[in-house]
Design a protein. Structure first.
Length: 335
């Protein structure tokens, strides 16, 4: 009786499933920071690839468990969400690279920003997905709004040119500099540091550029979640599948950041593939209605999604095979 609450339904799944997933994520974060990165050091491409491979393997293994525990359709929906979220999140890598460049974040401290950024992502995505699940359960027509938004976003990606964000002109950066004490120089791994106030001479707390970079990374994730959360809800409305596939994809992508940042110029032709994926995911809800289907087949959805993304990656690698590494900040996939 003491553990009866573990089998209580919460957002469509027993509490023990949610606690199990959260325990896995906490264990991974503790292992990452407490074992792999106890000291600040520059993460090389090889280490980045090994760590990312571990996260991808764990993410796929969790998908296998979902398949076994919840059935083939749930497993396919998880894998589709995992693939879509990881691909869409490539834009986040581009923006993070711009943020690190603007704030001149030393490479050995970049992992610290990404690690603490993950904690914010876990909380922010939980809030957004929780709100989305509540809306969908109460008003089923919200799914059609999500779907239409994805189609419009995909068309916009195909026809509107890229534009890099100007980090220096960002209103959030301006607000923080006006309202708080901010240092112009880094102070090692510290997010805050005590310094004499220029006016009073008293010791006061100052934000460092490292903390400013962390704030901008979190804001960037919120902006990108506006696309990715509706995309996964267009695949499945199961909050457990939505949240777990999101978090596992993001965990792996942040680990892969250091390798992607060095070779992101090789994926410059991936934008049309991402646009087509969004259009497909959004339109399949309407297609299912037109065909009289309760849902678009999960296996077909995964196959089409994977084929589009794989085609974009292969075409990018072929077209850029003779190009030298990109020296400046990478271009954005999305406008």
């Amino acid at each position: 009786m003491e553990f009866a609450f573990l089998f209580t339904d919460w957002l469509g799944k027993p509490v023990w499933m949610w606690l199990g997933f959260i325990s896995i994520v906490i264990a991974l974060l503790v292992f990452d920071l407490g074992v792999l990165h106890r000291d600040n050091h520059e993460i090389e491409v090889r280490e980045s690839l090994i760590l990312s491979s571990m996260y991808i393997t764990l993410g796929l293994a969790f998908g296998g468990w979902v398949w076994w525990q919840l059935g083939a359709e749930s497993g396919l929906n998880y894998l589709t969400g995992f693939v879509v979220e990881k691909t869409l999140a490539l834009d986040n890598v581009f923006v993070i690279a711009l943020i690190f460049s603007f704030f001149a974040v030393p490479r050995k401290y970049q992992h610290r920003v990404l690690f603490w950024g993950i904690l914010g992502v876990i909380i922010l995505r939980a809030i957004m997905i929780g709100l989305g699940a509540t809306l969908v359960s109460q008003f089923s027509w919200v799914l059609y709004i999500f779907a239409a938004f994805l189609v419009i976003t995909g068309i916009k990606m195909l026809w509107i040119g890229d534009k890099e964000p100007e980090i220096g002109n960002n209103p959030i950066v301006g607000f923080l500099r006006r309202r708080f004490n901010v240092t112009d120089e880094h102070h090692g791994q510290d997010f805050f540091v005590k310094k004499p106030d220029p006016k009073t001479g008293k010791l006061v707390w100052f934000m460092t550029p490292l903390f400013m970079a962390l704030v901008m990374v979190e804001i960037a994730d919120v902006i990108f979640a506006v696309d990715s959360v509706p995309a996964i809800f267009a695949i499945t409305t199961d909050p457990f599948i939505v949240y777990t596939s999101n978090i596992f994809a993001i965990l792996g992508l942040r680990a892969l950041y250091f390798a992607l940042a060095a070779m992101i110029h090789r994926f410059q032709y991936l934008k049309p593939a991402l646009a087509i994926v969004l259009i497909f995911i959004g339109s399949k809800i309407f297609v299912a209605d037109l065909l009289g289907l309760e849902k678009f087949p999960a296996a077909l959805s995964l196959g089409i999604t994977f084929s589009i993304i794989a085609s974009g990656v292969i075409w990018s690698l072929i077209k850029t095979r003779s190009q030298p590494p990109h020296d400046g900040p990478p271009k954005l996939l999305r406008p």
